[in-house]
Design a protein around this ligand. Structure first.
Ligand SMILES: Cc1cc2nc3c(=O)[nH]c(=O)nc-3n(C[C@H](O)[C@H](O)[C@H](O)COP(=O)(O)O)c2cc1C
Length: 162
């Protein structure tokens, strides 16, 4: 098992739950929460307005904590888990990727969404991490009932299940 960093962004908790389950089940993995200094509204409509404004301005919201280049260099693989926001990854995911060193990193994007597919977010992730080997992404249903299936799908995606 390669040294794995599991990095996640989450608003309503599903990406967080999946990241934590993977962390508990992948020996030697580390968990990093992509948390912004700015808080997002608890109400969906207000949060969606914030997300749309950030995307329109191509913002890079500041993060609460940073991983150093040295910290990231020890990992061979990163599983990046995020909800689709406005058709792509949240802008904070791009802040995160642009603040670390991603060469020699195999990056596995895992997106949760209601219906949008993963492709646009993978394109944006490649722009923000041009030196990483970015795999084709995996899109999972954001519905709560799918949590166990989501976990199994990620394990297959990583080649850890038949
Ligand atoms: C601000 C915002 C924007 C969203 N935009 C989309 C979208 O464009 N397409 C989609 O299918 N789902 C969209 N969703 C739904 C989330 O991707 C989905 O609910 C996801 O499972 C939430 O993950 P989380 O619990 O980790 O935040 C959006 C949700 C939020 C809060």
């Amino acid at each position: 098992m390669a040294d794995t960093l599991i990095a996640y962004f989450s608003w309503s908790g599903r990406s967080a739950a999946l990241a934590q389950k993977l962390y508990r089940n992948l020996p030697g993995s580390s968990l990093y929460h992509i948390a912004t200094k700015r808080s997002y509204a608890k109400h969906f409509v207000s949060c969606a307005a914030q997300a749309a404004a950030e995307k329109k301005k191509n913002e890079r919201p500041d993060l609460q904590t940073h991983l150093s280049g040295k910290q990231v260099m020890k990992y061979d693989r990163m599983i990046l888990i995020y909800p689709i926001w406005c058709g792509t990854c949240p802008m904070a995911v791009r802040t995160f990727l642009e603040g670390i060193r991603t060469e020699r990193l195999d990056l596995f994007p895992v997106a949760l969404s209601m219906k949008t597919d993963v492709r646009k977010s993978v394109e944006d992730i490649r722009l923000s991490a041009p030196k990483a080997a970015v795999a084709e992404g995996l899109r999972l249903s954001g519905k709560k009932s799918g949590e166990e299936e989501a976990y199994e799908a990620v394990m297959r995606y990583l080649g850890l299940r038949d």
